[in-house]
Design a protein around this ligand. Structure first.
Ligand SMILES: Cc1cc2nc3c(=O)[nH]c(=O)nc-3n(C[C@H](O)[C@H](O)[C@H](O)COP(=O)(O)OP(=O)(O)OC[C@H]3O[C@@H](n4cnc5c(N)ncnc54)[C@H](O)[C@@H]3O)c2cc1C
Length: 470
């Protein structure tokens, strides 16, 4: 350890107290590896401030001593964004202790909450006041508000409520020089100048530290209905989606696509049984409303789908418990894939109407670089977002498969990261596939806000390039 690092550690202990600065290997370890265990880092220390003032002082101290900062919330990110490098020089800034819900206004329908608050606990608090924070993801028991803002998290309800960005009304952030910017306004309308908070949403901790947020709440739907259908092809699935939009679009909250192969894996590894006859694809549809009559509307949709030969088979859940068992089919896909063997995950989006041609193109492209690869495809069809996962054969080169899929995405003017972000996992592919002008713009923003590169270096942005094909 250098004298400069020693001085920094002492300063951090003075700012937050010695117990909030972790350096022992066993204490640091849980923070130094990502959820998928794909990235393992080695930070100088983990520092756990308890309020925004301490965060500001930590940032200023790190800036003064030239130590870069890796922010971390619940550490459930899927792109390695919250994992430090192996230089033993970075400060891992955990926001977990900033966990207060500062206020919840059920009439104005807003919640003001600190960055380290767990998503699920904020949702539970809102539910007590008959309000809902509509970000729903399997990691919500650990993911934090700062994390969902910084990754602009999606989930299963984006179709109706948008990504996290659509819910953020205000932010409090700490800038690279330690300035605290208080933009915690509870306003639905605010056109007084640049909407700077948008830059920090989805920035994956590369522009500043999010210390608190004001989020929009929605009324909790009193009734919901869930259905599962099987269809013969993805074109039919899209026709059914268009029909669902026409019939029940204003109450539609999820329209999930699961391949027949993925359901077969769930049956094999999770011991669950599909409740309907097989098709090439399955759809899981959910609608919610405060008004009654949802079940009849869903049943009418299914009846029309059978009459027009869009659906092969289908069932509407008769109880909350049955709805949960339909959702279990979707929720066990990732686990079943992990049990099947080595896989490569892609989180892509293409325009909805381009999904069929993307699927055909990507299948051919993957077959071209791998004879043994099998596909495990599922996702949020209504958002054009597919988890296009590839079960690899023992001889397969993951990088070649990765490039084949992303090149097909580029050919369809899609995104190589629909929800999960770039982190360190996709930064090379971002550099390879993003247009040079868009890369230059991203670097100009970084340069303007964090000129010394204090925040999360190596994440999101790679070194400027002249290349790019998108
Ligand atoms: C089982 C599972 C299911 C998931 N499902 C979904 C899904 O459906 N949709 C989806 O979008 N994501 C999903 N994710 C990914 C993950 O849950 C989200 O990205 C989540 O938003 C991360 O929150 P976190 O608090 O764990 O952030 P972390 O993992 O701690 O950090 C994520 C990124 O944000 C930065 N960051 C964290 N907090 C701050 C802060 N306060 N200020 C500045 N930067 C910060 C980190 O540096 C890092 O770059 C899933 C993950 C798992 C494990």
């Amino acid at each position: 350890m250098t004298a400069e690092q020693d001085a920094l550690l002492n300063q951090l202990r003075t700012i937050c107290g010695p117990a909030a600065v972790l350096t022992a290997t066993r204490d640091v370890e849980p923070y130094a590896v990502d959820w998928k265990r794909s990235f393992v880092g080695s930070p100088l220390c983990v520092v756990r401030p308890s309020n925004t003032g301490e965060v500001a002082a930590i940032v200023a101290a790190c800036g003064m001593h030239g130590a870069s900062i890796v922010p971390q919330g619940g550490n459930t990110g899927l792109a390695g964004g919250a994992t430090p490098d192996t230089s033993s020089s970075q400060v891992l800034l955990s926001l977990n202790r900033l966990s207060r819900i500062r206020s919840l206004d059920p009439v104005g329908m807003t919640v003001e909450v600190e960055a380290g608050a767990i998503l699920q606990s904020v949702k539970e608090e809102a539910a007590k006041r008959d309000r809902m924070l509509p970000v729903s993801l399997a990691a919500e028991g650990s993911a934090t508000i700062g994390g969902i803002v910084s990754t602009n998290a999606g989930g299963v309800n984006v179709l109706r409520y948008g990504m996290t960005r659509a819910l953020v009304l205000g932010l409090e952030v700490v800038l690279a020089d330690g300035t605290i910017v208080d933009g915690l306004r509870h306003l639905r309308k605010d056109n007084a100048g640049y909407d700077w908070k948008q830059l920090f949403i989805g920035a994956e901790g590369t522009l500043g530290i999010v210390t608190a947020a004001v989020l929009r709440l929605v009324p909790t739907p009193r009734h919901s209905v869930t259905a599962v259908l099987s269809v013969a092809g993805v074109e039919t699935a899209i026709a059914l989606y268009a029909k669902a939009q026409s019939e029940i679009g204003d109450v539609l909250s999820a329209f999930e696509l699961i391949s027949g192969d993925a359901i077969a894996l769930v049956e094999k590894h999770a011991g669950l049984k599909r409740p309907i006859a097989a098709g090439e694809w399955f759809l899981l549809i959910e609608a919610g409303s405060s008004l009654t009559g949802l079940e009849a509307a869903m049943e009418a949709l299914l009846a029309a789908a059978f009459e027009e030969e869009l659906a092969l088979d289908g069932v509407v859940a008769a109880s909350h418990q049955q709805a949960q068992s339909l959702w279990a089919l979707r929720e066990h896909v990732t686990e079943a894939e992990a049990r099947e063997g080595r896989s490569l995950k892609h989180d892509i989006s293409v325009p909805l109407t381009a999904v069929p041609s993307f699927l055909a193109d990507a299948r051919a492209a993957v077959a071209n670089v791998s004879g043994a690869a099998r596909l495990n495809v599922f996702g949020h069809l209504g958002d054009g977002n597919l988890h296009y996962n590839v079960l690899l054969g023992s001889e397969d080169d993951p990088a070649a498969v990765n490039r084949a899929v992303h090149d097909a995405v580029v050919r369809h003017r899609g995104s190589i990261s629909a929800e999960h972000g770039l982190g360190q996992y996709r930064v090379g592919e971002w550099q390879r596939t993003k247009a040079a002008a868009e890369q230059a713009l991203a670097h100009a923003i970084k340069q303007a806000i964090d000129p010394a590169g204090l925040f999360n270096p190596g994440k999101v942005l790679a070194a400027p390039t002249k290349g790019g094909t998108a």
